[in-house]
Design a protein around this ligand. Structure first.
Ligand SMILES: *[C@@H]1O[C@H](CO)[C@@H](O)[C@H](O)[C@H]1NC(C)=O
Ligand SMILES: *[C@@H]1O[C@H](CO)[C@@H](O)[C@H](O)[C@H]1NC(C)=O
Ligand SMILES: *[C@@H]1O[C@H](CO)[C@@H](O)[C@H](O)[C@H]1NC(C)=O
Ligand SMILES: *[C@@H]1O[C@H](CO)[C@@H](O)[C@H](O)[C@H]1NC(C)=O
Ligand SMILES: *[C@@H]1O[C@H](CO)[C@@H](O)[C@H](O)[C@H]1NC(C)=O
Ligand SMILES: *[C@@H]1O[C@H](CO)[C@@H](O)[C@H](O)[C@H]1NC(C)=O
Ligand SMILES: *[C@@H]1O[C@H](CO)[C@@H](O)[C@H](O)[C@H]1NC(C)=O
Ligand SMILES: *[C@@H]1O[C@H](CO)[C@@H](O)[C@H](O)[C@H]1NC(C)=O
Ligand SMILES: *[C@@H]1O[C@H](CO)[C@@H](O)[C@H](O)[C@H]1NC(C)=O
Length: 839
């Protein structure tokens, strides 16, 4: 029995998906070559094996599917209709597959959905818990909910039955994870057994309503991860939620219901939360450009995410070694086990509480994930002060905290505090009750305020140091400039040609060829100003597009660079370095011929608020990796050790496929094997990208390039210039801003809002961390490019902690020389120091 076919609706099923479905479910061909595409099912039109129904706007489809090509098992399920990777979000009969060749999904007169095998003789599955409606019809809605409702009821308020009440392993936007306390309905997510078997595995994510409700991952009856209670803004165990700018997160708790749900600010974004077959929970976001699901978040992550690895009254900190510590005023219960790194025994009080004398105090644990709340009590009407009094007034109280991070509500514990951990950011203050005797000593409180003081003190001190160095530096610079522009050894162009271009293995282009290619250097073909003169675009007779860099006749300085670039780049070959095709030297006329880069330079995209949207995360990440590879080649993989000295966004060109290519070697220096750093009278480079030791003292090494690379990485991640953009109140430049976010554990706020949230949080964090490591003040702290490559390829948790970057304030040396006006510093931003004209 087939459904009626409405031809007009066939377009809703995209051809590629249809093909995919055909491949996955061979039954399509045997039973029906055409499928209906209405979104409803009535008593008279059941759904046969091979048919699908598609939601009104085509987002979701429902039908029969066979996930395992080696088995006859078939299921009724819902999948994304427009996502090119077949992804099931719901399965009706996950534990009761159809095993023979025919099957039907139909709606009975009283509104029950049934899946029958062998022509209605055997019922393998039926919808449970439905209420009755007069004239039932089943419909797949645009949010992915499959509902049974009265045919005349269009309010979409009352459903006799809905698939959202019986989730499989996926939480979609608008779906509730949690309880209807009246009916006892518990909506939870249970993983598939394997990617080809949707039957229930032991892994479940559910809301546990004991005590203060918490989100918990289970393996059978064992708790494997505690997402913790809702703290008004997020789950206490998911601090990352703080950075979820594009999601609308909601936790509802009242007499009737306790549930979590999420929505999306931008409905075109496709995101889901799942429990996977290995027992982790993941939030996935669909990336349209790269056609793949991106893991946006997952848990558990580290050792401290296990259930109570440090036992009662222990604190787990994954960044410490060992990870377990006791709350102040407590000591390990089993010191031997503790020494063997088994913290599960937990800690005991050094001094017993003295409840009746009312003299107990509290120690503060900052940035805490609230301990297990399954036996704690919450009173939303109390302030923190009242909460403290309530705890002091109950002899079994062991600790308290604000229930909500915004400072409202009171939660108290009257049992041992278990599964306590601290975060680098996004945790909250927890007060643990201890005897007065254990309060003093090195209190947690003073320790923490100490850290805060240091954070403030460093930038202030650094600012002063910078201020002081400014005056003498500016003076030094002025003196240097005068030296710079005295004509050096290349006053005679013929000399130069003879002595310098002879043994270079470069193809020579004819001047007439270049004149023809560039339409006689017409204004139309001019691409811009390069390091030592104008750059033109040209087309050779054979159609090859070229870029021609022409040495300005007036530029004395340019000759050095011209020769330098010609010598250096002729020796280099790497896919992330721009390729020199040849040169053209004709008397006074000197030109370098390069491959043409149709997408111009990185800054054109990165700092343009409309074009930057073309740089999705994947592209940005590839660009970072490409620049890193190119720089690594320069520093150590080529036969020469070359320091670029002027790495910046405008010197990274992009080819057709957006592959980055480092260009402009006019200022590069070649080093001998054993030379590691050099001193120069002449500081060249670009403000904003120069390392402190280079800008201040003229000392340069591969680590100065690493610094510039770090700046570039942070610019690519944030889409903002280091110079010319000012952050907030503090006069911070991008480095200072990134550092400040890092210190506060909110690094992801740095990510360009134009790509949020379609990026991998993990990769972004890794890039930010690597960027910060590269811009550290002291060159010896900065990694080499080979370490950078390694770091970019590993987990961010394994990377060392960055120290304070150099030049974090916009009050760098140069703004002072230009009257500190923002406009002035902006225009300076793009100028390479040795140039008289801007590039
Ligand atoms: C609906 O009818 C089916 C049989 O057709 C029966 O098994 C089921 O209990 C009925 N459900 C309700 C809610 O009446
Ligand atoms: C349906 O029929 C087939 C063959 O007629 C048989 O092998 C199969 O066991 C039947 N299925 C059920 C659920 O009875
Ligand atoms: C379809 O409807 C859903 C729910 O209203 C909405 O989120 C989604 O953006 C819509 N999709 C399209 C392609 O219109
Ligand atoms: C909870 O279940 C009861 C009983 O089935 C029902 O009347 C009520 O509407 C449900 N509440 C919600 C919010 O769905
Ligand atoms: C998940 O929900 C099912 C059905 O409501 C229930 O039987 C099961 O106990 C729940 N599991 C957990 C861990 O809450
Ligand atoms: C704290 O957050 C809750 C829930 O978001 C809100 O109802 C309450 O008014 C907030 N209180 C303050 C002081 O902001
Ligand atoms: C489950 O998620 C974790 C965390 O993202 C991941 O490491 C693991 O590979 C996933 N398992 C499967 C089967 O996809
Ligand atoms: C508590 O108070 C009682 C009576 O005031 C006193 O005897 C006892 O020593 C006090 N305990 C402590 C630990 O101070
Ligand atoms: C202390 O708190 C617990 C948990 O809220 C409660 O059961 C007990 O009655 C309280 N005891 C006193 C003396 O208030």
């Amino acid at each position: 029995m087939f459904c009626s076919i409405e031809v007009g609706d066939m377009t809703k099923l995209s051809p590629s998906l249809f093909l995919l479905l055909l491949l996955c479910t061979p039954f399509f061909l045997s039973t029906s070559s055409l499928s209906t595409a209405t979104d409803t099912l009535t008593q008279d039109s059941p759904l046969s094996d091979g048919d699908t129904v598609v939601s009104a706007n085509g987002t979701f489809a429902l039908g029969f599917f066979a996930p395992n090509p080696n088995s006859n098992n078939r299921y009724v399920g819902i999948w994304y209709n427009k996502v090119s990777v077949l992804t099931y979000v719901w399965v009706a009969n996950r534990n009761d597959p159809l095993v023979d060749l025919t099957g039907t999904l139909s709606l009975t007169a009283n509104g029950t959905l049934v899946i029958t095998a062998n022509d209605s003789t055997v019922v393998v599955w039926s919808s449970s818990g439905s209420s009755t409606v007069g004239n039932p019809v089943a419909q797949i809605l645009d949010n992915g909910n499959f509902v049974v409702k009265d045919v005349k009821d269009d309010s979409l308020q009352f459903f006799a039955w809905q698939s959202f009440d019986h989730p499989t392993d996926t939480l979609l936007p608008g779906m509730k994870l949690g309880w209807n306390l009246t009916s006892g309905l518990n909506r939870n997510l249970t993983a598939w057994t394997s990617s080809t078997d949707p039957s229930s595995s032991p892994y479940t994510m559910a809301i546990d309503i004991l005590g203060d409700p918490q989100v918990i991952l289970w393996s059978g009856s064992t708790r494997t991860w505690r997402g913790g209670p809702w703290n008004g803004a997020r789950f206490s165990g998911i601090p990352e939620m703080k950075t979820y700018s594009m999601f609308i997160l909601q936790f509802v708790q009242n007499q009737d219901e306790v549930y979590y749900t999420f929505g999306l600010e931008d409905p075109s974004i496709i995101s889901r939360v799942i429990v996977n077959q290995t027992g982790s929970s993941q939030r996935m976001v669909w990336l349209d450009q790269s056609n793949q699901w991106n893991v946006f978040w997952y848990a558990p992550k580290d050792q401290c995410d296990d259930i109570s690895p440090c036992g009662p009254m222990g604190v787990c900190n994954p960044n410490d070694s060992p990870i377990c510590d006791c709350v102040q005023g407590f000591e390990p219960k089993h010191p031997t086990n503790w020494a063997l790194r088994d913290g599960t025994g937990g800690c005991i009080r050094k001094t017993p509480l003295d409840c009746r004398n009312g003299t107990d105090g509290f120690v503060l644990v900052s940035e805490a994930k609230l301990p297990d709340t399954s036996s704690s009590t919450v009173d939303m009407s109390l302030s923190l002060e009242q909460c403290k009094d309530k705890c002091l007034g109950n002899c079994s109280c062991t600790g308290y905290a604000n229930a909500y991070v915004n400072g409202t509500g009171c939660i108290i514990w009257t049992t041992q505090l278990t599964d306590l951990r601290v975060w680098a950011f996004g945790g909250q203050d927890l007060y643990v009750r201890v005897a007065t005797a254990d309060l003093s000593s090195t209190t947690e409180q003073s320790h923490h305020s100490g850290t805060v003081a240091t954070i403030i003190a460093i930038p202030v001190a650094l600012g002063t140091v910078l201020l002081l160095s400014v005056a003498c530096f500016v003076r030094k610079m002025r003196r240097k400039k005068r030296v710079e522009f005295t004509p050096a050894s290349f006053t005679n162009p013929h000399n130069y040609q003879d002595s310098d271009s002879k043994d270079l293995d470069l193809p020579l282009f004819d001047l007439t060829t270049i004149v023809a290619a560039t339409d006689n250097f017409s204004a139309k073909s001019k691409l811009g100003e390069g390091g030592f003169g104008p750059v033109f675009m040209g087309t050779l007779e054979d159609g090859q597009q070229i870029a021609v860099k022409r040495l300005a006749k007036t530029s004395v300085q340019g000759r050095t660079e011209f020769r330098n670039e010609m010598e250096l780049i002729a020796k280099l070959q790497h896919k992330n370095l721009v390729r020199l095709l040849g040169c053209c030297i004709h008397g006074e006329e000197k030109m370098l011929i390069y491959e043409y880069m149709p997408n111009k330079s990185l800054d054109v995209f990165l700092f343009d608020r409309t074009k930057c949207t073309l740089l999705d995360w994947k592209t940005r990440y590839e660009i970072i990796m490409g620049i890193a590879r190119g720089l690594l080649y320069l520093h150590q993989d080529s036969r020469f050790k070359i320091i670029h000295r002027d790495l910046k966004a405008s010197n990274v060109l992009l080819d057709k496929e957006m592959n980055p290519k480092i260009s402009d070697f006019g200022m590069a220096r070649m080093f001998g094997e054993d030379e590691t750093q050099a001193n120069t009278r002449k500081v060249v480079g670009t403000y904003g990208y120069m390392s402190p030791e280079y800008a201040m003292d003229g000392v340069f090494s591969v680590k100065s390039d690493v610094f510039s690379f770090g700046v570039l990485v942070l610019e690519i991640v944030s889409g903002k210039k280091n110079r010319g953009v000012f952050f907030a109140k503090d006069d911070l430049n991008l480095l200072g801003h990134a550092w400040s976010l890092w210190k506060h554990g909110t690094s992801l706020e740095l990510v360009d809002e134009s790509i949020s949230p379609k990026y991998s949080a993990d990769e972004a964090l890794r890039c930010i961390k690597v960027g910060l490591l590269c811009v550290q003040e002291r060159p010896e702290d900065r990694p080499t490019m080979s370490s950078v490559m390694l770091m970019l390829g590993s987990g961010s948790a394994l990377l060392p902690q960055p120290k304070q970057p150099g030049f974090i304030s916009t009050k760098g040396p140069f703004e002072y020389s230009s009257s500190t006006s923002k406009q002035a510093s902006y225009s300076l931003n793009e100028i390479s120091l040795t140039m008289c004209e801007g590039r």
